[in-house]
Design a protein around this ligand. Structure first.
Ligand code: HEC
Ligand SMILES: [Cu+2]
Length: 508
């Protein structure tokens, strides 16, 4: 089917207006039949139901829970507006919106309600639009009755037969373009007994966006149909833009609170692997079905044109990252948001970083030999502890064993396993006159690093050695220096941790 050009659509819409005055007219087949039938005559019981105006909210907010225990006639007024909004830093896009936001206004009703729906297309719009609400039982989910030209308003009525969380979207040709430009949102039909109470509710929707420019390319971007057909989005975002839920726009909670996220995927194309880094969903209504509630879920799959409801308790404070766990989408295309939880720590549930210690990596295999040797030496020291002059020598041997492991975990990458260094890059430690001449300076070098010209065995180098004071303990430095002062033919006394400590604390 060919796409309707704006002019054609406008002409069609004015026909529809004429029809309102006369009898009926059939619109383009692509928009479905649109006979104007006039207002529905409600049976007395329905006509007697209380009437209320729906509260609509922009993301990430959700209208308040429905308290009433009876059905009502709910009037929804949703306005379509075409607006230029930020897509990313320096990048703008002409979004087509329901209510001025992407995703569109959140609508909240109760199963059994009779909804009088008004779709109002702002006079400044360039195109006609309609709405397909997945919560509606009827042709096109309402699309067949809501094709609306700029500056016009369509009305239709539906009864919410099925509870659940439903996507709504524009179904005007070309549909993927209307959705790709932001025309989607969520409508929650609460079950008659209501949703279980929670402390916080949020509204997040994912969408894929196809721009003619590359990701991050500045200026006003337009829709790229070829990329859309190939399903190669430039952006994949939560709530309409990169960073919409980041920093001071993050959603929030306090420790101890239960958070519920109404999460939908507008598409037009991609499915989401919705995940919150550092949280486990205590409850998931998969695909927002109302019968089976799943528990203890890490990542839940949300189809395009579908949704999910997730709930979790915020047990510990911190920043929790919402992602599509197809992770280049999160880290390279924008599908990343934040939940900031404030409150007191529970270090049993999550301790925070407890210790930062040296990890000797691949060396630990050979290290097990060294560890055995060290243990053997220690037990010999214990055995000979009673005034045996060999103890000092044994302690030094044990330090050399430990020091060799520090060396092979850290220093060897530069100074080489054989201690000979690399010409022009790293000075030798084997036979180094510079090192062996000054023990205090050797400690200082390892603690504070070294830069500027240094002459070792007649060769001058001008490079930089990074300081190790933050990652090595005094004991480890004493051990590694004892090792390098006794390896490869070098000879020197053992270093003590106290000596290292004294240098560490010296004032300059
Ligand atoms: C990232 C590479 C790198 C690592 C890791 C490194 N060094 Fe160095 N080291 C250097 C460089 C480069 C110099 C020379 C700095 C200059 O020229 O100013 C140097 C100089 C030295 C010196 C003085 C010069 C000499 O040859 O006598 C000593 C001693 C030394 N390092 C010991 C160590 C020890 C022990 C470790 C492990 C705890 C270590 N280095 C880890 C790069 C490194
Ligand atoms: Cu539209």
């Amino acid at each position: 089917m060919k796409n309707p050009r704006p002019l054609t659509a406008l002409a069609v819409a004015s026909l529809a207006l004429a029809a309102a005055l006369a009898t009926t007219v059939v619109l383009r087949a692509s928009e479905g039949p649109s006979d104007l039938k006039g207002p529905v005559v409600l049976p007395p019981a329905a006509a007697a139901m209380p009437v209320e105006q729906a509260i609509l909210t922009a993301p990430p907010f959700v209208p308040p829970p429905i308290k009433r225990k009876f059905a009502a006639r709910v009037v929804v007024n949703l306005e379509v507006r075409e607006v230029v909004q930020k897509l990313a830093d320096g990048v703008e896009y002409t979004f087509w919106t329901y209510g001025g936001s992407v995703p569109g206004s959140f609508i909240r009703i109760r199963a059994g309600d009779i909804v009088e729906f008004h779709l109002n297309n702002h006079p400044s719009s360039k195109l006609p639009h309609n709405i397909d609400l997945h919560a509606v039982t009827g042709p096109g989910g309402g699309a067949a009755s809501t094709f609306t030209a700029p500056g016009h308003s369509s009305q239709f009525t539906f009864k919410a037969l099925n509870p659940g969380l439903y996507v709504y979207h524009c179904a005007t040709a070309p549909v993927p373009m209307h959705i790709g430009n932001g025309m989607y949102g969520l409508i929650l039909v609460e079950p008659e007994e209501g949703m279980p109470a929670v402390d916080r509710e949020y509204y997040v929707m994912q969408g894929d966006i196809y721009t003619t420019g590359k990701y991050g390319e500045e200026g006003l971007q337009s829709f790229d149909l070829a990329k859309a057909i190939d399903e190669r989005p430039t952006y994949i975002v939560f709530n309409g833009s990169v960073g919409s839920l980041v920093g001071d726009k993050a959603i929030t909670a306090k420790t101890g609170e239960t958070v519920r996220i109404y999460f939908g995927v507008g598409g037009p194309n991609l499915t989401s692997s919705f995940h919150v880094i550092g949280e486990i969903f205590d409850k998931v209504w998969p695909e927002s079905g109302t019968k089976f509630v799943q528990e203890n879920v890490q990542t839940t799959l949300v189809p395009s044109g579908g949704s999910t409801i997730v709930e979790f308790k915020a047990d510990v404070p911190g920043t929790f990252i919402l992602v599509d766990h197809s992770l280049t989408r999160a880290f390279n295309k924008g599908a990343l948001g934040m939940l900031k939880v404030s409150g007191s720590e529970d270090r049993i549930i999550y301790s925070g970083k407890e210790i930062d210690s040296v990890y000797l990596g691949a060396q630990s295999d050979e290290g097990s030999e060294a560890a055995k040797r060290e243990a053997e030496l220690k037990s010999r020291i214990a055995a000979e502890i009673k005034n045996n002059p060999a103890i000092a020598g044994l302690s030094k041997e044990a330090q050399i064993e430990k020091g060799s492991r520090v060396y092979l975990g850290l220093c060897f990458a530069c100074h080489q396993p054989d201690g000979k260094g690399l010409p022009m890059a790293f000075p030798p430690l084997a036979g180094s006159d510079y090192m062996l001449a000054d023990r205090d300076r050797a400690i200082r070098t390892v603690l504070k690093g070294l830069s500027g010209p240094v002459t070792v065995n007649g060769t001058t180098l001008n490079s930089v050695m990074p300081p190790q004071e933050a990652i090595l303990t005094d004991g480890q430095i004493a051990d590694v220096l004892t090792y390098v002062f006794n390896a490869w033919g070098n000879q020197g006394d053992a270093f003590t941790a106290d000596h290292v400590k004294a240098i560490r604390n010296e004032t300059h």
